[in-house]
Design a protein. Structure first.
Length: 130
């Protein structure tokens, strides 16, 4: 980061050149805001896309689980979409490990509760058919 020297001009009459000082402070404030916004955007860019894909992948997993009691035909209906979502998640998050971490974070959110509920309903449906 480049350093600038701030000079305050005081005239012999005691008058201070405030306008220049105000412009410099405004310029500095604008620069700081731009840097902070850029860092924030860069930091959130990958996170939001991975989180969205992880959520969509878990939603597809839930659909697959919900179809388990209805046989292989119902499961294969969801398998291609699930594999596509997971593949896209792995690529966009930068690897398998990061994709699994993103899925884990989404599971700890409300999606985990919904997925558990889908498992319970599928078990009940499977038991009903026995």
């Amino acid at each position: 980061m480049a350093k600038e020297i701030l000079t305050i001009e005081v005239k012999t009459s005691g008058e201070v050149n405030i306008k220049k000082l105000q412009k410099d402070v405004q310029k500095l404030s604008t620069s700081i805001d731009q840097v902070n916004v850029k860092k924030l955007n860069d930091g959130l860019k990958d996170t939001s896309s991975s989180a969205g894909l992880a959520g969509a992948t878990l939603t597809e997993t839930g659909r697959l689980i919900s179809d388990l009691p209805f046989g292989i035909g119902a499961v294969t209906n969801n398998l291609s979409q699930l594999s596509t979502m997971f593949g896209t998640l792995v690529i966009s998050s930068g690897g398998f490990g990061k994709a699994m971490k993103s899925l884990g974070q989404q599971l700890r959110s409300g999606l985990g509760v919904i997925l558990a509920f889908q498992v319970l309903i599928s078990l009940l449906e499977a038991l009903k058919n026995l």
